[in-house]
Design a protein. Structure first.
Length: 190
């Protein structure tokens, strides 16, 4: 994924390639097995972050092509950890609601989270992530000092650097089914 133009144009090309591969690969995955692996890894992250009953985590409800987060959310809730999930606003900012409760918490609620699990199409070793392209999480993450963990498929943890823009917020760690959790280095310059 190197030798691409810098910034947003390069990200659009990479995103298209990653989406295509995801569509091709996901059908061959055991979704239940992936869900269990991610749930166990997510519980490990929560434990290492010192979360207790009543602590807040932000996560997201996955689509069929994304790594499954249903078991992760259920496992956290079962341990008394409060989980907020996003509500996408018309301007691509995010509001939040607690799992199982329809009432919005407000866009500042992310500041309560001690861990934020974010979606991504890929993450490199410096914490650069390629998301959906709307900048939702780049808007939201500056509102929290939480540990930010991208959730991806195993082939989406990349050794080569991903293109990124100055406004992109790097993640602290990445987790993928069968690969566990990797804490990442400093973001690449540029």
């Amino acid at each position: 994924m190197t030798d691409q133009p810098a910034g947003s144009d390069a990200k659009a090309l990479v995103r298209a390639r990653l989406r295509s591969r995801r569509r091709a690969e996901v059908a061959g995955r055991d979704r239940a097995e992936d869900a269990e692996s991610l749930a166990l890894d997510g519980l490990r992250v929560a434990h290492e972050a010192g979360l207790a009953r009543g602590s807040w985590v932000a996560a997201y409800e996955s689509t069929p092509l994304e790594p499954p987060t249903e078991a992760l959310i259920a496992a956290l809730v079962a341990r008394g950890i409060r989980v907020m999930v996003p509500i996408t606003l018309p301007d691509w900012d995010l509001d939040w609601r607690e799992v199982g409760i329809p009432d919005p918490l407000g866009s500042a609620a992310i500041g309560r989270a001690q861990v934020v699990f974010v979606p991504a199409h890929a993450v490199d070793g410096w914490g650069n992530r390629v998301g959906q392209g709307k900048g939702c999480y780049d808007r939201v993450l500056p509102r929290t000092s939480a540990l930010v963990v991208a959730v991806v498929h195993p082939w989406e943890v990349l050794d080569e650097p991903l293109p990124h823009d100055a406004h992109d917020r790097p993640v602290d760690a990445v987790m993928a089914a069968g690969l566990g959790v990797r804490h990442l280095g400093a973001p690449a310059a540029g």
